[in-house]
Design a protein around this ligand. Sequence first.
Ligand SMILES: NC(=O)c1ccc[n+]([C@@H]2O[C@H](COP(=O)([O-])OP(=O)(O)OC[C@H]3O[C@@H](n4cnc5c(N)ncnc54)[C@H](OP(=O)(O)O)[C@@H]3O)[C@@H](O)[C@H]2O)c1
Length: 298
Amino acid sequence: MMSATSPLSQALRWKKHFAHKIVWITGASSGIGEQLAGMLSSLGARLILSARSAPGLERVRNNLPHPEHARILPLDLEQLDTLPARAAAAESLFGPIDILINNAGLAVRDYILNTTFDIDQKLMKINYFGPMIITKAVLKRMVERGQGQIVAVSSLSAKYGVPRTAAYAASKHALQGFFECLRTEITMPGISFTIIIPGIIKTDITAHALMGDGSRHGVVEQSFREGYPLEKAAFKIIKAIALKKEEQFVGGKEGFTLWIYRLSPYFFTRFIRNHPLKKFRRLMQWLKGGKKLSPQRQ
Ligand SMILES: NC(=O)c1ccc[n+]([C@@H]2O[C@H](COP(=O)([O-])OP(=O)(O)OC[C@H]3O[C@@H](n4cnc5c(N)ncnc54)[C@H](OP(=O)(O)O)[C@@H]3O)[C@@H](O)[C@H]2O)c1
């Protein structure tokens, strides 16, 4: 039975915003996208689920509370030429898109000098050019209708650089910049843009990530195994969309890094440059320890 405090029961509060809306989610075959699909189906949305893997999308669709209100639309964001036609196909399934969630993404886990130009380009296509093409296609219809919402799932890597993520960070910086410009250009009251900044969410993103030579990283890193719960993350994303937030961090204590970076980019860059996740874990342990010590000090 669903508890009253579960993320899903809290999300039901936003049902009015999503019921009968046509929501296109990219990257719906796993992780954050899969979780969003499940919750949005419970909230009565009509869903279009996209990713490369058709069997993966079928599995997600079959597990939805209302599979009859969902369609799958396989696509590969790297195949840029195919995307305008995919966007037209998406609009032909239920009608014009009300909410587009650009969630699909691929990470890289390697040093700049080990990363081939092919991989740099691949990341830019999947994380930036692909979502940009889809966004432009869907946005045209939204502008004609004077309504719609577009979401970009960005990253902390869109805010600052850490080692072994350059191709990914560059692509997420580009996505972030594109969406920041969009909201200065398209100012119609019925159209809004939400940028989601996930922290470290408990998904297999690091296992799916590529090494610089194109091979699979293949390992779910410890910080992600112990990451922010997926269901809570999906709820926070849904809440941010319902409230039409311009930007929302979603995650745990790693959100602190945004403040540290803003306060002192110089200090932060030196702190983060070697083994950032290990250092971050140590900082968190120290902060937790600090909290425990304070009552004894009084
Ligand atoms: N988990 C985190 O801590 C975290 C942190 C910051 C940002 N994010 C962002 O959150 C989003 C979701 O990530 P996740 O954690 O849920 O990872 P995930 O489980 O690896 O999901 C990635 C999704 O993107 C799809 N995808 C990958 N390449 C694609 C391509 N060429 N064309 C179309 N779809 C493609 C994958 O499906 P197929 O393989 O079937 O194509 C999958 O559905 C990503 O944009 C990621 O950058 C996640």
